[in-house]
Ligand binder design. Structure first.
Ligand code: NAD
Ligand code: ZN
Ligand code: ZN
Length: 343
């Protein structure tokens, strides 16, 4: 019988996860086995567990795509990592490596990409099987618990801010100051941008100010869009929407400066109305952004290793996962919960 590990498993969409035994996977040729130390809980895990999106994972599966740990076994032919290396197993679990997009450094949109904690089992478990060519390499000195949020929330917001095209000295508006947003604010400041943080929760906004936001706006007020236009003197050059709420998307487009770019990263299921005349007449770009490439990952981790960005974390045991997901659903997680798997 295979060795057993503890895992949090989605057995049925919309039902609590089951904490149960699961076979420790054996690394085949070209694969590695990672012993998990810590794994962050992303709002995407909630979408995954509910089956929110058009492309669905197949239960039973183990969510979690912010898993950090040590490589404990390597399959035949693996040279990219060695036993003992500390790695992260991210959302971009693997890609084909040879299609048009992989060749041009856009492996994130590879049609054959696999997703950690979604189409492949993830980090809410004591071990994770991984592809050594796509793991994140965790810099020395960055603790697993602090590295965890960087490998999804960090890289996604870092990349998303780059995709706005905003330059140092210009304004970005970051809508949603939760797991993604609290890191996005710090990346934007480290990148020399002015930041206005937008959220519906005054506690999150107070925290955004503490993290360096130059201004904050409560999205629930009727003047939210006008307030952002006012503080940015004409609209934000770049807008990054991380909020998992459709209402934030129309608002975000309205907050965008003429010729600015509104980058969509939040993924609530559904569609949002686009004010065509404003978008056309103001030459606004609306752009999607999906995690980040391996280069973006290395850069995002370097900011954290240099201490320019620090994830604000709350540690919880694996047994608390359902409570954590419920709090996440209701906006009750201050920044990021990290599951202390090793502890
Ligand atoms: P989170 O729950 O930690 O944070 C969401 C924040 O948005 C909370 O602070 C909440 O108060 C705020 N919010 C809710 N409604 C709002 C509104 N109308 N206006 C402004 N703020 C509002 O979630 P998270 O882990 O940061 O993830 C956010 C979203 O990003 C999820 O939909 C997730 O699936 C998605 N995501 C996308 C990518 C990608 O690559 N595009 C990567 C990771 C996560
Ligand atoms: Zn994520
Ligand atoms: Zn490819």
């Amino acid at each position: 019988m295979a060795k057993q590990m503890r895992a949090a498993v989605v057995e049925h969409f919309g039902k609590p996860l089951t904490i149960r035994e699961w076979d420790v996977p054996a690394p085949g040729s070209g694969q590695i086995l990672v012993m998990t130390e810590a794994c962050g809980v992303c709002h995407t895990d909630l979408h995954a567990a509910r089956g929110d999106w058009p492309v669905k994972p197949t239960p039973p599966f183990i969510p979690g795509h912010e898993g950090i740990g040590r490589v404990v076994a390597i399959g035949a032919g693996v040279t990219a990592v060695k036993e003992g290396d500390r790695v992260g197993v991210p959302w971009l679990y693997s890609a084909c490596g040879h299609c048009e997009h992989c060749q041009s450094g856009w492996e994130t949109v590879c049609a054959e990409a696999q997703f950690g904690g979604y189409t492949r089992n993830g980090g809410f478990a004591e071990y994770i099987l991984a592809d050594p060519n796509y793991v994140a390499h965790i810099p020395d000195g960055l603790e697993p618990r602090h590295a965890a949020p960087i490998i999804c929330a960090g890289v996604t917001t870092y990349k998303g801010i780059k995709e706005t095209g905003a330059r140092p000295g210009q304004w970005v508006a970051i809508s949603g100051a939760g797991g993604l947003g609290h890191l996005g604010i710090q990346y934007a400041k480290a990148m020399g941008l002015h930041v206005v943080a937008v959220d519906i929760d005054d506690g999150k906004l107070a925290h955004a100010t503490a993290l360096g936001a130059d201004a904050v706006v409560n999205a629930k007020t009727r003047e939210a869009v006008a307030d952002v236009i006012k503080v940015t003197d004409g609209g934000a050059h770049g807008v990054l929407i991380t909020a998992p709420s459709l209402g934030a998307f129309k608002q975000g487009v309205g907050m965008t400066r003429k010729r600015g770019t509104c980058v969509l990263v939040g993924l609530p299921p559904g569609e949002f109305p686009t004010p065509l005349f404003e978008v056309v007449a103001n030459c606004i770009t609306i752009r999607g952004s999906f995690v980040g490439t391996r280069r973006d990952m290395a850069e995002a981790l370097a900011f954290a290793a240099e201490g320019k960005v620090k994830a604000d974390i709350e540690l919880q045991p694996l047994a608390a996962i359902n409570d954590v997901l419920e709090r996440l659903e209701h906006g009750k997680v201050p920044s990021r919960v990290v599951i202390d798997i090793a502890g």
